[in-house]
Ligand binder design. Structure first.
Ligand SMILES: [Zn+2]
Length: 540
């Protein structure tokens, strides 16, 4: 309570004699126009760039386009060796299925029929005893602890792949994951297990052949940093029913009770298998290292002291590139709204910052990559040295779509209407950012703020974007988003579907908010109680 009060009082000071918009910032905001935005998104989301996968020639072309613009504007390069490109490393391991094996005792299982690899990150052999833990859900308040008396260190965890709960447990009664209960993913990792051996669910058996047709690929940022969106570090091996039967031969744990557990919702007691069942998995894979990039530039603040407090405005430049062709023959995932709009918007914001009055704090402009594949670029940046001086973070991801008034199109339930944008973060976490939003809404008023997602219980409150690694590091954030639509992550996410009027209004608003926060005397910070849904956050 005290910290909140302090922040309010502190913020009140600069407001005196400073009512209304800053006229020069207003002028710079109004110079952000739809024609520029549509030209830039038109290039970024053109078929020529093929959806800007990370990495790809299309992403390279997008990076070069933005770098040229930043250079023309005189923005300070913050990338490698005087450039705007900040490279990071991704390790990609492609499984050699024929050479990958599972063995125990005299048994040697074959990939495809006896087992599949659900996930892995690196080649190598892993050998250890096997511990069965049922569903693997641990909820001490509910009296559930399948790990009691068992040691997982250096062992394989045999666990049901289904999300089915034991008969007397409902998902709601478990509470919040990470807080009231944990899953096998958390427990196996923290208890030092080798990996998971998954007992197939009914869905796994139905989808077995489809899964078998895909060659498993493991990819991650190197070194792997961040918690919320880092891939699960332990390998997961899906066993067939016959492999389970062979594994449990001669054990007190019967394969019949294990294989019927899901349908009965009754799971046998956790137990460690005998020493003869020491199990070895040899992952064979070819490994390549990739070097994608973020585009980064700094607009230095005007205040000699406050310029060392940076605000990031981050937009992911990459698109989610999928496979498949539409009925009309379109196979290119243009990623216009997601996130050609944010990326183009950030270019106009860069120009407004250089043309308008310089705010007191510095602004780090970021076009990151690998967002769609695991927040690679923002994890790298948020855990790197550039983030040490960051005090607030803006995420701009999908800002160009509008629901027609009265529309009831399926898939548009979470799409904003004309003249409104979803804004979230500050209402739950930060008094200073919240006050800035109120001020922008009153003084600049380009668009209405819909704050419905500012509820920790809402699925869109949980940051499914580049904001997550920054929150992890205790940095206050604000997110702008016009909402989901039926073209999200599809070939049909195209420029022709955008609403230029709204796109312009949102971009002007992001600039006005950025300017207001960067120029305000109060330092933005997280000063409200952190809701449990942000379990991964480490307060500063
Ligand atoms: Zn996105």
């Amino acid at each position: 309570m005290r910290r909140e009060l302090f922040a309010l009082v502190f913020f009140a000071a600069p407001l005196v004699g400073q009512q209304g918009p800053n006229p020069k910032a207003m002028k710079a905001a109004r110079a952000i126009v739809a024609a520029d935005l549509m030209r830039d998104v038109g290039f970024l989301a053109s078929d020529e760039l093929m959806g800007r996968a990370t990495p790809s020639p299309g992403l390279d072309a997008a990076g070069a386009y933005i770098s040229r613009r930043l250079k023309q504007l005189g923005i300070k390069p913050m990338g490698d060796s005087g450039s705007y490109l900040q490279h990071y490393t991704i390790v990609r391991a492609t499984l050699d299925t024929a050479q990958t094996s599972v063995s125990f005792g005299a048994q040697r299982l074959g990939w495809g029929n006896d087992f599949l690899i659900q996930s892995f990150l690196a080649p190598g052999a892993r050998e250890g005893r096997v511990v069965y833990v049922g569903t693997g859900i641990r909820a001490p308040k509910r009296g559930l602890d399948p790990y009691a008396g068992l040691d997982l260190r250096g062992k394989w965890v045999l666990v049901h792949a289904s999300q089915i709960r034991p008969r007397n447990v409902t998902t709601d009664s478990l509470g919040v994951v990470g807080l009231d209960y944990t899953t096998v993913l958390d427990e196996a990792r923290t208890r030092g297990a080798l990996g998971l051996l998954l007992i197939p669910s009914a869905a796994n058996l139905v989808g077995w052949n489809a899964m078998r047709a895909r060659v498993p690929v493991g990819r991650d940022l190197d070194p792997s940093v961040g918690r919320a969106y880092a891939p699960y570090p332990l390998p997961q091996v899906l066993l067939s029913s016959s492999a389970i039967t062979r594994l449990l031969e001669g054990e007190q744990l019967s394969s019949a009770s294990v294989l019927s557990a899901d349908s009965l919702r009754q799971y046998p007691k956790p137990v460690e298998l005998g020493a003869t069942k020491t199990l070895k998995v040899e992952f064979s894979a070819s490994v390549t290292r990739l070097q994608p990039f973020n585009v980064v530039g700094l607009v230095e603040g005007s205040d000699p002291r406050l310029r060392n407090e940076w605000i990031t405005v981050s937009t992911h430049l990459d698109g989610a590139v999928g496979r498949g062709t539409t009925a009309s023959g379109d196979s290119i995932f243009n990623a216009a709204d997601d996130n050609g709009t944010g990326s183009a918007g950030n270019m106009s914001i860069a120009r407004a910052l250089m043309a308008g009055p310089r705010p007191r704090r510095s602004v780090l402009l970021v076009w990151d990559s690998g967002e769609e594949t695991g927040l690679w670029g923002s994890r790298f940046l948020a855990y790197g040295p550039l983030a040490d001086t960051v005090v607030a973070h803006f995420t701009v991801d999908m800002i160009g779509r509008t629901k027609a008034p009265g529309s009831s199109v399926a898939g548009e339930e979470e799409l904003s209407g004309p003249g409104e944008v979803f804004v979230s973060g500050p209402g739950v976490l930060s008094t200073v950012l919240d006050s800035a939003l109120a001020r922008v809404s009153r003084d600049y008023n380009f668009i209405h703020f819909d704050r419905r997602f500012e509820d920790p219980k809402h699925e869109f409150f949980y940051p499914r974007t580049d904001a997550a690694p920054y929150i992890e590091r205790g940095i206050a954030y604000v997110e702008f988003f016009t909402g989901l639509h039926a073209d999200y992550h599809r070939q049909t996410d195209e420029v022709s579907k955008l609403d230029p009027v709204k796109f312009e209004a949102v971009t002007r608003t992001v600039y006005a908010t950025l300017w207001t926060v960067a120029d305000g005397l109060a330092r933005p910070r997280i000063d409200k109680p952190v809701p449990p849904v942000l379990w991964f956050m480490t307060p500063r």
